[in-house]
Design a protein around this ligand. Structure first.
Ligand SMILES: [Zn+2]
Length: 614
Protein backbone atom coordinates (compact mmCIF):
# COMPACT_ATOMS: atom_id res chain seq x y z
CA UNK A 1 0.00 0.00 0.00
CA UNK A 2 1.32 3.40 -0.84
CA UNK A 3 0.33 6.98 -0.37
CA UNK A 4 2.52 9.29 -2.38
CA UNK A 5 4.72 11.89 -0.73
CA UNK A 6 2.88 14.65 -2.52
CA UNK A 7 -0.42 13.41 -1.14
CA UNK A 8 1.02 13.26 2.35
CA UNK A 9 2.24 16.82 1.93
CA UNK A 10 -1.20 17.80 0.67
CA UNK A 11 -2.87 16.24 3.73
CA UNK A 12 -0.48 18.07 6.04
CA UNK A 13 -1.06 21.36 4.30
CA UNK A 14 -4.83 20.93 4.45
CA UNK A 15 -4.86 20.14 8.18
CA UNK A 16 -4.89 23.10 10.52
CA UNK A 17 -2.89 21.65 13.40
CA UNK A 18 -4.43 23.99 15.97
CA UNK A 19 -7.96 22.99 14.98
CA UNK A 20 -6.97 19.34 14.97
CA UNK A 21 -5.33 19.36 18.39
CA UNK A 22 -8.17 21.48 19.80
CA UNK A 23 -10.48 18.52 19.24
CA UNK A 24 -8.59 16.83 22.07
CA UNK A 25 -6.91 19.53 24.11
CA UNK A 26 -7.69 23.08 25.11
CA UNK A 27 -5.20 25.39 23.44
CA UNK A 28 -4.64 29.02 24.31
CA UNK A 29 -2.84 31.50 22.15
CA UNK A 30 0.21 33.00 23.82
CA UNK A 31 2.18 35.24 21.54
CA UNK A 32 2.79 33.48 18.27
CA UNK A 33 2.34 30.02 19.59
CA UNK A 34 -0.43 27.96 21.14
CA UNK A 35 -0.06 26.20 24.44
CA UNK A 36 -2.05 23.74 26.49
CA UNK A 37 -1.95 20.74 28.77
CA UNK A 38 -0.01 17.91 27.18
CA UNK A 39 -2.31 15.09 26.06
CA UNK A 40 0.55 12.61 26.30
CA UNK A 41 1.43 12.99 29.97
CA UNK A 42 -0.49 14.16 33.01
CA UNK A 43 0.28 17.73 34.01
CA UNK A 44 -1.31 20.74 35.62
CA UNK A 45 0.70 23.54 34.05
CA UNK A 46 0.86 23.66 30.27
CA UNK A 47 4.13 22.59 28.68
CA UNK A 48 2.65 21.60 25.35
CA UNK A 49 3.32 24.01 22.48
CA UNK A 50 2.00 24.21 18.96
CA UNK A 51 3.38 26.14 16.02
CA UNK A 52 0.42 26.75 13.73
CA UNK A 53 2.33 27.90 10.65
CA UNK A 54 4.77 25.02 10.62
CA UNK A 55 2.25 22.42 11.76
CA UNK A 56 4.36 21.14 14.64
CA UNK A 57 3.83 20.40 18.32
CA UNK A 58 6.32 19.85 21.10
CA UNK A 59 6.00 19.06 24.80
CA UNK A 60 8.64 20.51 27.09
CA UNK A 61 7.58 18.01 29.75
CA UNK A 62 7.70 14.61 28.05
CA UNK A 63 9.34 15.69 24.77
CA UNK A 64 6.51 14.34 22.67
CA UNK A 65 6.76 16.02 19.31
CA UNK A 66 5.49 15.77 15.79
CA UNK A 67 3.14 17.02 13.15
CA UNK A 68 -0.54 16.49 12.34
CA UNK A 69 0.02 12.88 11.36
CA UNK A 70 2.08 11.96 14.42
CA UNK A 71 -0.52 13.58 16.63
CA UNK A 72 -3.38 11.52 15.23
CA UNK A 73 -1.26 8.38 15.33
CA UNK A 74 -0.46 8.78 19.00
CA UNK A 75 -3.89 9.95 20.10
CA UNK A 76 -5.83 7.29 18.26
CA UNK A 77 -3.20 4.55 18.19
CA UNK A 78 -3.18 4.34 14.43
CA UNK A 79 -0.41 3.42 12.06
CA UNK A 80 0.98 5.97 9.67
CA UNK A 81 -1.27 5.09 6.76
CA UNK A 82 -4.41 4.99 8.88
CA UNK A 83 -3.55 8.39 10.31
CA UNK A 84 -3.03 9.90 6.86
CA UNK A 85 -6.33 8.42 5.72
CA UNK A 86 -8.15 9.82 8.70
CA UNK A 87 -6.75 13.29 8.10
CA UNK A 88 -7.49 13.03 4.39
CA UNK A 89 -11.11 12.16 5.21
CA UNK A 90 -11.30 15.05 7.56
CA UNK A 91 -9.97 17.44 4.94
CA UNK A 92 -12.04 15.94 2.14
CA UNK A 93 -8.99 14.84 0.18
CA UNK A 94 -9.33 11.79 -2.06
CA UNK A 95 -6.26 9.58 -1.75
CA UNK A 96 -5.15 7.49 -4.68
CA UNK A 97 -4.24 4.40 -2.74
CA UNK A 98 -4.18 0.93 -4.14
CA UNK A 99 -7.47 -0.92 -4.30
CA UNK A 100 -6.93 -3.14 -1.21
CA UNK A 101 -6.47 -0.29 1.19
CA UNK A 102 -9.67 1.57 0.41
CA UNK A 103 -12.61 -0.57 1.59
CA UNK A 104 -12.33 -0.13 5.36
CA UNK A 105 -12.13 3.61 4.99
CA UNK A 106 -14.90 3.70 2.46
CA UNK A 107 -17.08 1.64 4.75
CA UNK A 108 -16.49 4.04 7.62
CA UNK A 109 -17.45 6.96 5.46
CA UNK A 110 -20.61 5.20 4.32
CA UNK A 111 -21.60 4.41 7.89
CA UNK A 112 -20.98 7.98 9.03
CA UNK A 113 -23.01 9.32 6.13
CA UNK A 114 -25.86 6.92 6.87
CA UNK A 115 -25.84 7.84 10.54
CA UNK A 116 -25.97 11.51 9.69
CA UNK A 117 -28.96 10.96 7.43
CA UNK A 118 -30.74 8.89 10.06
CA UNK A 119 -30.20 11.56 12.71
CA UNK A 120 -31.62 14.19 10.36
CA UNK A 121 -34.61 12.00 9.60
CA UNK A 122 -35.39 11.26 13.26
CA UNK A 123 -35.01 14.95 14.04
CA UNK A 124 -37.37 15.97 11.27
CA UNK A 125 -39.94 13.47 12.53
CA UNK A 126 -39.78 14.88 16.04
CA UNK A 127 -40.22 18.46 14.90
CA UNK A 128 -42.96 17.99 12.32
CA UNK A 129 -44.65 14.64 12.37
CA UNK A 130 -48.14 14.36 13.99
CA UNK A 131 -47.26 10.98 15.50
CA UNK A 132 -44.45 12.64 17.48
CA UNK A 133 -46.87 14.75 19.49
CA UNK A 134 -46.60 12.62 22.67
CA UNK A 135 -42.82 12.92 22.42
CA UNK A 136 -43.02 16.69 22.04
CA UNK A 137 -45.43 16.88 24.97
CA UNK A 138 -43.12 14.79 27.08
CA UNK A 139 -40.13 17.01 26.29
CA UNK A 140 -42.13 20.11 27.12
CA UNK A 141 -43.20 18.56 30.42
CA UNK A 142 -39.52 18.05 31.23
CA UNK A 143 -38.78 21.68 30.44
CA UNK A 144 -37.05 20.95 27.15
CA UNK A 145 -37.98 23.61 24.60
CA UNK A 146 -38.09 23.32 20.82
CA UNK A 147 -34.93 25.35 20.67
CA UNK A 148 -33.16 22.85 22.93
CA UNK A 149 -34.50 19.95 20.89
CA UNK A 150 -32.97 21.58 17.82
CA UNK A 151 -29.66 22.27 19.55
CA UNK A 152 -29.27 18.63 20.58
CA UNK A 153 -30.81 17.32 17.35
CA UNK A 154 -33.31 15.26 19.33
CA UNK A 155 -35.45 12.94 17.27
CA UNK A 156 -38.40 10.61 17.23
CA UNK A 157 -38.38 7.01 16.05
CA UNK A 158 -41.99 6.29 15.03
CA UNK A 159 -43.90 3.30 16.28
CA UNK A 160 -43.37 1.33 13.07
CA UNK A 161 -41.26 -1.68 12.16
CA UNK A 162 -39.24 -0.34 9.31
CA UNK A 163 -40.00 3.36 8.82
CA UNK A 164 -36.34 4.38 8.94
CA UNK A 165 -34.81 1.56 6.90
CA UNK A 166 -37.55 1.85 4.29
CA UNK A 167 -37.59 5.60 3.85
CA UNK A 168 -33.81 5.92 3.75
CA UNK A 169 -33.46 2.70 1.71
CA UNK A 170 -30.78 1.33 3.99
CA UNK A 171 -29.38 -2.03 3.00
CA UNK A 172 -28.48 -4.77 5.45
CA UNK A 173 -24.81 -3.85 5.52
CA UNK A 174 -25.57 -0.27 6.49
CA UNK A 175 -28.26 -1.25 9.00
CA UNK A 176 -26.07 -3.66 10.92
CA UNK A 177 -22.94 -1.57 10.39
CA UNK A 178 -24.52 1.44 12.08
CA UNK A 179 -26.62 -0.58 14.49
CA UNK A 180 -29.69 1.28 13.24
CA UNK A 181 -31.45 -1.93 12.22
CA UNK A 182 -31.15 -5.54 11.16
CA UNK A 183 -32.75 -8.16 8.96
CA UNK A 184 -35.29 -10.19 10.91
CA UNK A 185 -36.16 -13.88 10.79
CA UNK A 186 -38.70 -13.30 8.07
CA UNK A 187 -35.91 -11.76 6.02
CA UNK A 188 -37.29 -8.26 6.33
CA UNK A 189 -35.43 -5.16 7.31
CA UNK A 190 -36.34 -3.89 10.74
CA UNK A 191 -35.43 -0.72 12.65
CA UNK A 192 -33.58 -1.15 15.92
CA UNK A 193 -35.45 1.65 17.66
CA UNK A 194 -39.16 2.20 17.56
CA UNK A 195 -41.47 4.50 19.50
CA UNK A 196 -38.54 6.12 21.20
CA UNK A 197 -37.19 9.58 21.75
CA UNK A 198 -33.82 9.77 20.00
CA UNK A 199 -30.67 11.32 21.48
CA UNK A 200 -27.98 11.35 18.81
CA UNK A 201 -24.41 10.87 19.98
CA UNK A 202 -21.66 12.79 18.21
CA UNK A 203 -17.90 12.44 18.37
CA UNK A 204 -15.84 15.36 19.62
CA UNK A 205 -15.50 16.60 16.05
CA UNK A 206 -19.30 16.75 15.77
CA UNK A 207 -19.95 13.73 13.56
CA UNK A 208 -22.98 11.59 14.42
CA UNK A 209 -21.75 8.13 15.44
CA UNK A 210 -24.63 6.55 17.36
CA UNK A 211 -28.09 7.10 18.82
CA UNK A 212 -29.67 6.49 22.18
CA UNK A 213 -33.41 5.88 22.41
CA UNK A 214 -35.63 6.51 25.40
CA UNK A 215 -39.17 5.19 25.76
CA UNK A 216 -41.86 7.64 26.78
CA UNK A 217 -43.52 7.15 30.16
CA UNK A 218 -46.52 4.83 29.72
CA UNK A 219 -49.67 6.57 28.58
CA UNK A 220 -52.37 5.83 31.18
CA UNK A 221 -55.03 5.97 28.44
CA UNK A 222 -53.39 3.32 26.32
CA UNK A 223 -53.42 -0.42 27.00
CA UNK A 224 -50.16 -2.03 28.09
CA UNK A 225 -48.26 -4.20 25.64
CA UNK A 226 -50.15 -7.36 24.78
CA UNK A 227 -47.24 -9.62 25.62
CA UNK A 228 -46.84 -7.84 28.95
CA UNK A 229 -43.14 -7.33 28.36
CA UNK A 230 -41.49 -4.35 29.96
CA UNK A 231 -39.08 -2.55 27.72
CA UNK A 232 -35.78 -1.12 28.82
CA UNK A 233 -36.01 2.61 29.43
CA UNK A 234 -32.92 3.30 27.33
CA UNK A 235 -31.65 1.49 24.30
CA UNK A 236 -28.38 2.55 22.69
CA UNK A 237 -26.59 1.76 19.46
CA UNK A 238 -24.30 -1.24 19.80
CA UNK A 239 -20.54 -0.94 19.38
CA UNK A 240 -19.73 -0.44 15.72
CA UNK A 241 -16.76 0.55 13.59
CA UNK A 242 -17.74 4.17 14.12
CA UNK A 243 -18.84 3.98 17.76
CA UNK A 244 -16.94 2.93 20.86
CA UNK A 245 -18.85 3.29 24.13
CA UNK A 246 -15.74 3.26 26.23
CA UNK A 247 -14.41 6.29 24.44
CA UNK A 248 -17.55 8.32 23.83
CA UNK A 249 -18.88 11.07 25.99
CA UNK A 250 -22.32 12.35 25.12
CA UNK A 251 -22.41 16.11 24.38
CA UNK A 252 -18.64 16.61 24.52
CA UNK A 253 -18.88 18.19 21.07
CA UNK A 254 -21.14 20.95 22.44
CA UNK A 255 -19.63 21.19 25.91
CA UNK A 256 -16.00 21.53 24.86
CA UNK A 257 -15.89 25.32 24.71
CA UNK A 258 -17.34 25.89 28.14
CA UNK A 259 -15.26 23.07 29.64
CA UNK A 260 -12.13 24.75 28.37
CA UNK A 261 -13.25 28.18 29.55
CA UNK A 262 -14.23 27.00 33.02
CA UNK A 263 -11.63 24.26 33.52
CA UNK A 264 -14.45 22.07 34.79
CA UNK A 265 -16.34 19.14 33.35
CA UNK A 266 -19.60 17.85 34.78
CA UNK A 267 -20.27 14.16 34.34
CA UNK A 268 -23.92 13.05 34.45
CA UNK A 269 -25.72 9.77 34.23
CA UNK A 270 -28.08 10.49 31.40
CA UNK A 271 -28.81 12.53 28.32
CA UNK A 272 -31.60 14.54 29.94
CA UNK A 273 -29.33 15.47 32.86
CA UNK A 274 -26.78 16.84 30.41
CA UNK A 275 -29.46 18.85 28.65
CA UNK A 276 -30.66 20.15 32.02
CA UNK A 277 -27.19 21.48 32.86
CA UNK A 278 -27.03 23.26 29.52
CA UNK A 279 -30.47 24.75 30.24
CA UNK A 280 -29.35 25.92 33.68
CA UNK A 281 -26.45 27.87 32.18
CA UNK A 282 -23.73 25.24 32.71
CA UNK A 283 -23.04 24.02 29.18
CA UNK A 284 -20.11 21.89 30.31
CA UNK A 285 -21.87 18.62 31.08
CA UNK A 286 -21.31 15.25 29.44
CA UNK A 287 -22.56 11.73 30.06
CA UNK A 288 -21.15 8.29 29.51
CA UNK A 289 -23.15 6.32 26.98
CA UNK A 290 -24.53 3.14 28.50
CA UNK A 291 -21.30 2.25 30.26
CA UNK A 292 -19.53 3.11 33.51
CA UNK A 293 -17.01 5.91 33.69
CA UNK A 294 -13.66 4.36 32.84
CA UNK A 295 -10.03 4.81 32.02
CA UNK A 296 -10.61 5.93 28.43
CA UNK A 297 -13.08 8.60 29.51
CA UNK A 298 -10.48 10.03 31.88
CA UNK A 299 -7.91 10.05 29.13
CA UNK A 300 -10.26 12.15 27.07
CA UNK A 301 -11.45 14.43 29.86
CA UNK A 302 -8.06 15.32 31.30
CA UNK A 303 -7.20 16.90 27.98
CA UNK A 304 -9.90 19.50 28.47
CA UNK A 305 -10.20 20.11 32.19
CA UNK A 306 -8.66 19.01 35.47
CA UNK A 307 -11.73 19.46 37.67
CA UNK A 308 -14.15 16.62 37.12
CA UNK A 309 -17.46 16.87 38.96
CA UNK A 310 -19.64 13.77 39.19
CA UNK A 311 -23.26 14.88 39.18
CA UNK A 312 -24.67 11.49 40.06
CA UNK A 313 -27.38 10.59 42.44
CA UNK A 314 -25.59 10.18 45.78
CA UNK A 315 -26.11 6.41 45.97
CA UNK A 316 -24.77 5.90 42.51
CA UNK A 317 -21.75 8.09 43.17
CA UNK A 318 -21.14 6.14 46.37
CA UNK A 319 -20.88 2.97 44.34
CA UNK A 320 -18.10 4.28 42.12
CA UNK A 321 -15.04 2.11 42.63
CA UNK A 322 -12.99 4.26 44.96
CA UNK A 323 -9.73 2.56 44.16
CA UNK A 324 -10.01 3.37 40.48
CA UNK A 325 -11.12 6.95 41.12
CA UNK A 326 -8.01 7.63 43.22
CA UNK A 327 -5.85 5.91 40.68
CA UNK A 328 -7.26 8.05 37.87
CA UNK A 329 -6.80 11.19 39.93
CA UNK A 330 -3.17 10.37 40.44
CA UNK A 331 -2.42 9.05 37.00
CA UNK A 332 -4.12 11.84 35.09
CA UNK A 333 -3.55 14.63 37.60
CA UNK A 334 -7.21 15.52 37.82
CA UNK A 335 -9.44 16.23 40.80
CA UNK A 336 -12.59 14.17 41.04
CA UNK A 337 -15.36 15.84 43.02
CA UNK A 338 -18.93 14.90 43.78
CA UNK A 339 -21.80 17.37 43.41
CA UNK A 340 -23.98 17.82 46.44
CA UNK A 341 -27.34 17.00 44.95
CA UNK A 342 -30.27 16.93 47.35
CA UNK A 343 -31.08 13.34 48.27
CA UNK A 344 -33.19 11.51 45.77
CA UNK A 345 -33.15 14.16 43.07
CA UNK A 346 -31.50 14.03 39.69
CA UNK A 347 -30.11 17.06 37.85
CA UNK A 348 -32.95 17.07 35.32
CA UNK A 349 -35.61 17.43 38.04
CA UNK A 350 -33.57 19.88 40.02
CA UNK A 351 -32.97 22.09 36.99
CA UNK A 352 -36.72 22.42 36.59
CA UNK A 353 -37.59 22.96 40.24
CA UNK A 354 -34.57 24.82 41.50
CA UNK A 355 -31.95 25.83 38.92
CA UNK A 356 -30.07 27.87 41.53
CA UNK A 357 -29.86 24.75 43.72
CA UNK A 358 -28.36 22.87 40.78
CA UNK A 359 -25.71 25.54 40.32
CA UNK A 360 -24.97 25.45 44.04
CA UNK A 361 -24.56 21.69 44.00
CA UNK A 362 -21.76 22.06 41.47
CA UNK A 363 -20.15 25.07 43.13
CA UNK A 364 -20.03 23.24 46.46
CA UNK A 365 -18.90 19.88 45.07
CA UNK A 366 -16.57 18.07 47.48
CA UNK A 367 -13.54 15.85 46.87
CA UNK A 368 -14.42 12.22 46.32
CA UNK A 369 -12.89 11.13 49.62
CA UNK A 370 -14.76 13.81 51.53
CA UNK A 371 -17.97 12.70 49.90
CA UNK A 372 -17.39 9.09 50.91
CA UNK A 373 -16.57 10.07 54.48
CA UNK A 374 -19.60 12.32 54.75
CA UNK A 375 -21.78 9.42 53.76
CA UNK A 376 -20.41 7.31 56.58
CA UNK A 377 -20.65 10.13 59.12
CA UNK A 378 -24.11 11.28 58.06
CA UNK A 379 -25.52 7.79 58.44
CA UNK A 380 -23.98 7.28 61.87
CA UNK A 381 -25.45 7.28 65.28
CA UNK A 382 -23.10 9.51 67.21
CA UNK A 383 -25.06 9.69 70.43
CA UNK A 384 -23.43 6.67 72.09
CA UNK A 385 -19.73 5.83 72.50
CA UNK A 386 -20.34 2.48 70.76
CA UNK A 387 -21.98 4.24 67.82
CA UNK A 388 -19.05 6.63 67.53
CA UNK A 389 -16.51 3.79 67.60
CA UNK A 390 -18.40 1.83 64.96
CA UNK A 391 -18.53 4.94 62.80
CA UNK A 392 -14.82 5.50 63.35
CA UNK A 393 -14.08 1.96 62.13
CA UNK A 394 -16.15 2.48 59.00
CA UNK A 395 -14.58 5.88 58.36
CA UNK A 396 -11.05 4.49 58.76
CA UNK A 397 -11.85 1.83 56.15
CA UNK A 398 -12.93 4.51 53.72
CA UNK A 399 -9.86 6.60 54.53
CA UNK A 400 -7.51 3.67 54.05
CA UNK A 401 -8.53 3.41 50.41
CA UNK A 402 -6.79 6.66 49.60
CA UNK A 403 -3.21 6.08 48.44
CA UNK A 404 -1.68 9.18 50.00
CA UNK A 405 -0.74 9.01 53.65
CA UNK A 406 -0.71 12.80 53.89
CA UNK A 407 -4.21 13.09 52.50
CA UNK A 408 -5.41 10.32 54.80
CA UNK A 409 -4.07 12.11 57.83
CA UNK A 410 -5.73 15.41 56.94
CA UNK A 411 -9.11 13.73 56.81
CA UNK A 412 -8.37 11.59 59.84
CA UNK A 413 -8.13 14.69 62.01
CA UNK A 414 -11.43 15.92 60.67
CA UNK A 415 -13.09 12.59 61.51
CA UNK A 416 -11.53 12.50 64.97
CA UNK A 417 -12.86 15.95 65.62
CA UNK A 418 -16.37 15.08 64.59
CA UNK A 419 -16.40 11.85 66.60
CA UNK A 420 -14.73 13.43 69.60
CA UNK A 421 -11.92 10.86 69.52
CA UNK A 422 -8.15 11.27 69.74
CA UNK A 423 -6.42 11.24 66.30
CA UNK A 424 -3.66 9.13 67.82
CA UNK A 425 -6.23 6.43 68.61
CA UNK A 426 -7.36 6.31 64.98
CA UNK A 427 -3.98 6.33 63.21
CA UNK A 428 -3.07 2.69 63.92
CA UNK A 429 -6.47 1.58 62.59
CA UNK A 430 -6.16 3.40 59.30
CA UNK A 431 -2.62 2.06 58.90
CA UNK A 432 -3.97 -1.46 59.51
CA UNK A 433 -6.68 -1.09 56.92
CA UNK A 434 -4.25 0.42 54.45
CA UNK A 435 -1.99 -2.60 54.78
CA UNK A 436 -4.77 -5.19 54.66
CA UNK A 437 -7.54 -3.83 52.52
CA UNK A 438 -10.85 -5.55 53.22
CA UNK A 439 -12.52 -4.63 50.00
CA UNK A 440 -11.99 -5.94 46.50
CA UNK A 441 -9.04 -4.10 45.16
CA UNK A 442 -8.85 -3.10 41.53
CA UNK A 443 -5.39 -4.23 40.48
CA UNK A 444 -3.11 -1.26 40.47
CA UNK A 445 -1.92 -0.93 36.94
CA UNK A 446 1.30 1.05 36.74
CA UNK A 447 0.87 4.19 34.66
CA UNK A 448 1.66 3.41 31.07
CA UNK A 449 5.25 4.17 30.26
CA UNK A 450 4.49 6.31 27.29
CA UNK A 451 7.63 8.32 27.61
CA UNK A 452 9.85 5.32 27.00
CA UNK A 453 8.95 5.34 23.34
CA UNK A 454 10.09 8.90 22.98
CA UNK A 455 13.46 10.10 21.96
CA UNK A 456 15.52 11.98 24.42
CA UNK A 457 18.05 14.67 23.77
CA UNK A 458 21.26 12.98 24.75
CA UNK A 459 24.09 15.41 24.23
CA UNK A 460 25.03 18.28 26.50
CA UNK A 461 23.73 21.81 26.25
CA UNK A 462 23.55 23.37 22.80
CA UNK A 463 25.64 26.48 22.13
CA UNK A 464 23.34 29.48 22.53
CA UNK A 465 24.36 31.49 19.44
CA UNK A 466 23.60 28.52 17.20
CA UNK A 467 20.20 28.01 18.75
CA UNK A 468 19.43 31.71 18.44
CA UNK A 469 20.47 31.64 14.82
CA UNK A 470 18.26 28.66 14.03
CA UNK A 471 15.35 30.29 15.80
CA UNK A 472 15.82 33.43 13.75
CA UNK A 473 16.17 31.39 10.61
CA UNK A 474 12.88 29.62 11.37
CA UNK A 475 10.91 32.71 12.19
CA UNK A 476 12.53 35.27 9.92
CA UNK A 477 13.81 33.32 6.98
CA UNK A 478 13.76 36.37 4.72
CA UNK A 479 16.17 38.48 6.78
CA UNK A 480 18.24 35.58 8.03
CA UNK A 481 18.55 33.48 4.92
CA UNK A 482 21.33 35.41 3.21
CA UNK A 483 23.27 36.08 6.37
CA UNK A 484 23.87 32.53 7.57
CA UNK A 485 25.96 29.73 6.10
CA UNK A 486 26.53 26.21 7.38
CA UNK A 487 30.13 27.01 8.31
CA UNK A 488 28.91 29.37 11.04
CA UNK A 489 27.60 26.46 13.04
CA UNK A 490 30.31 24.82 15.10
CA UNK A 491 27.89 22.40 16.71
CA UNK A 492 27.35 19.48 14.41
CA UNK A 493 23.71 18.97 15.28
CA UNK A 494 22.93 22.61 14.75
CA UNK A 495 24.73 22.47 11.44
CA UNK A 496 22.66 19.48 10.32
CA UNK A 497 19.51 21.35 11.22
CA UNK A 498 20.67 24.42 9.38
CA UNK A 499 21.52 22.44 6.28
CA UNK A 500 18.09 20.84 6.37
CA UNK A 501 16.35 24.19 6.69
CA UNK A 502 18.53 25.74 4.00
CA UNK A 503 17.01 23.36 1.46
CA UNK A 504 13.87 25.47 1.78
CA UNK A 505 11.63 22.44 2.45
CA UNK A 506 8.78 22.74 4.97
CA UNK A 507 9.97 22.09 8.52
CA UNK A 508 7.98 18.87 8.84
CA UNK A 509 9.74 17.43 5.85
CA UNK A 510 13.12 18.52 7.18
CA UNK A 511 12.35 16.74 10.44
CA UNK A 512 11.25 13.61 8.57
CA UNK A 513 14.41 13.64 6.53
CA UNK A 514 16.58 14.02 9.64
CA UNK A 515 14.77 11.12 11.27
CA UNK A 516 15.11 8.94 8.23
CA UNK A 517 18.85 9.51 8.12
CA UNK A 518 19.17 8.62 11.80
CA UNK A 519 19.77 12.20 12.97
CA UNK A 520 17.24 11.80 15.75
CA UNK A 521 18.79 14.35 18.01
CA UNK A 522 18.76 17.00 15.31
CA UNK A 523 15.13 16.12 14.54
CA UNK A 524 14.29 16.48 18.20
CA UNK A 525 16.04 19.82 18.65
CA UNK A 526 14.31 21.18 15.57
CA UNK A 527 10.93 19.91 16.78
CA UNK A 528 11.47 21.91 19.92
CA UNK A 529 12.79 25.03 18.21
CA UNK A 530 9.88 25.30 15.87
CA UNK A 531 7.43 25.78 18.73
CA UNK A 532 9.73 28.03 20.74
CA UNK A 533 8.26 31.33 21.70
CA UNK A 534 9.86 34.52 20.49
CA UNK A 535 9.69 37.04 23.24
CA UNK A 536 9.38 39.94 20.82
CA UNK A 537 9.59 40.94 17.17
CA UNK A 538 13.11 40.65 15.82
CA UNK A 539 14.80 43.37 13.78
CA UNK A 540 17.72 43.30 11.39
CA UNK A 541 19.91 44.52 14.29
CA UNK A 542 19.07 41.31 16.07
CA UNK A 543 20.10 39.34 13.04
CA UNK A 544 23.38 41.23 12.97
CA UNK A 545 23.99 40.57 16.64
CA UNK A 546 23.35 36.86 16.22
CA UNK A 547 25.54 36.71 13.12
CA UNK A 548 28.37 38.33 15.09
CA UNK A 549 28.05 35.86 17.93
CA UNK A 550 27.94 32.95 15.56
CA UNK A 551 30.90 34.27 13.63
CA UNK A 552 32.91 34.74 16.79
CA UNK A 553 32.43 31.14 17.82
CA UNK A 554 33.00 29.80 14.30
CA UNK A 555 36.10 31.96 13.89
CA UNK A 556 37.38 30.90 17.31
CA UNK A 557 37.09 27.29 16.18
CA UNK A 558 38.86 28.15 12.90
CA UNK A 559 41.72 29.87 14.72
CA UNK A 560 42.23 26.90 16.99
CA UNK A 561 42.62 24.81 13.84
CA UNK A 562 45.19 27.26 12.52
CA UNK A 563 47.15 26.90 15.76
CA UNK A 564 46.97 23.14 15.42
CA UNK A 565 48.26 23.30 11.87
CA UNK A 566 51.09 25.51 13.07
CA UNK A 567 52.06 22.93 15.69
CA UNK A 568 51.80 20.14 13.13
CA UNK A 569 54.02 22.12 10.80
CA UNK A 570 51.43 22.14 7.98
CA UNK A 571 51.71 25.94 7.75
CA UNK A 572 54.59 28.31 8.39
CA UNK A 573 54.65 30.52 11.50
CA UNK A 574 54.51 33.64 9.29
CA UNK A 575 51.35 32.57 7.50
CA UNK A 576 49.77 31.46 10.75
CA UNK A 577 50.55 34.73 12.53
CA UNK A 578 49.30 36.83 9.61
CA UNK A 579 46.08 34.85 9.40
CA UNK A 580 45.44 35.08 13.12
CA UNK A 581 46.11 38.80 13.13
CA UNK A 582 43.88 39.45 10.09
CA UNK A 583 41.01 37.41 11.41
CA UNK A 584 41.13 38.90 14.91
CA UNK A 585 41.15 42.39 13.44
CA UNK A 586 38.01 41.67 11.51
CA UNK A 587 36.28 40.12 14.47
CA UNK A 588 37.05 43.34 16.31
CA UNK A 589 35.37 45.31 13.51
CA UNK A 590 32.14 43.36 13.68
CA UNK A 591 29.29 45.50 15.04
CA UNK A 592 31.13 48.68 14.11
CA UNK A 593 30.33 50.78 11.02
CA UNK A 594 32.79 48.53 9.19
CA UNK A 595 30.95 45.43 10.33
CA UNK A 596 29.45 44.60 6.96
CA UNK A 597 32.83 44.34 5.24
CA UNK A 598 34.32 42.43 8.17
CA UNK A 599 31.42 39.97 8.08
CA UNK A 600 31.95 39.34 4.37
CA UNK A 601 35.68 38.77 4.85
CA UNK A 602 35.23 36.38 7.73
CA UNK A 603 32.59 34.51 5.80
CA UNK A 604 34.95 34.05 2.85
CA UNK A 605 37.71 32.97 5.18
CA UNK A 606 35.48 30.33 6.80
CA UNK A 607 34.34 29.14 3.37
CA UNK A 608 37.91 28.71 2.11
CA UNK A 609 38.90 26.93 5.32
CA UNK A 610 36.08 24.46 5.02
CA UNK A 611 37.24 23.70 1.49
CA UNK A 612 40.81 22.99 2.56
CA UNK A 613 39.92 21.09 5.73
CA UNK A 614 36.74 19.19 5.05
ZN1 LIG B 1 4.01 15.92 27.47
Amino acid sequence: MAISDSEIAQVRAATDIVALISEYVALKKTGRRWTGLCPFHGEKTPSFSVNAEEGRYYCFGCRASGDQITFVREMQHLDFVEAVRLLADRAGIELHEDANAGPARKERQELLAAMEKAVEWYHERLLNSPDARPARDYLRSRGISGETARQFKLGWAPDEWDALSNTLKMNEKILTGTGLGFVNKRDRRQDALRARLIFPIFDSAGRAIAVGGRILPPDPHKPAREDGRVEAKYKNSPETTIYSKRKSLYALNWAKDDIIKSGEIIVCEGYTDVIAFFGAGMPRAVATCGTALGEDHFKTMRNFATRIVLAYDADKAGQSAAASVYQWERQHEVDVLVARLPKGSDPAELAQKDPEGLRQSIATAVPFLQFRLDRVLDAANLSTPEGRVRTAEAAMQVLAEHPSELVRDQYLMQVADRLRLEPSALRPRVADFARNPVRREIPNKPPQEEASTRRRITSGPMPRPGLEALRLYLHFPREARERFIAQYFVNEIQREIFEGLATGSPVSEVIDALERSGEEEAASVLSQLVVDELDREYTSEDVTAVVSQLLRSAVGEGLRNVERELRDGTISPDVAMATIRDVKERVFLLETPHGEVAEKDLRSWLLTRSVSTP
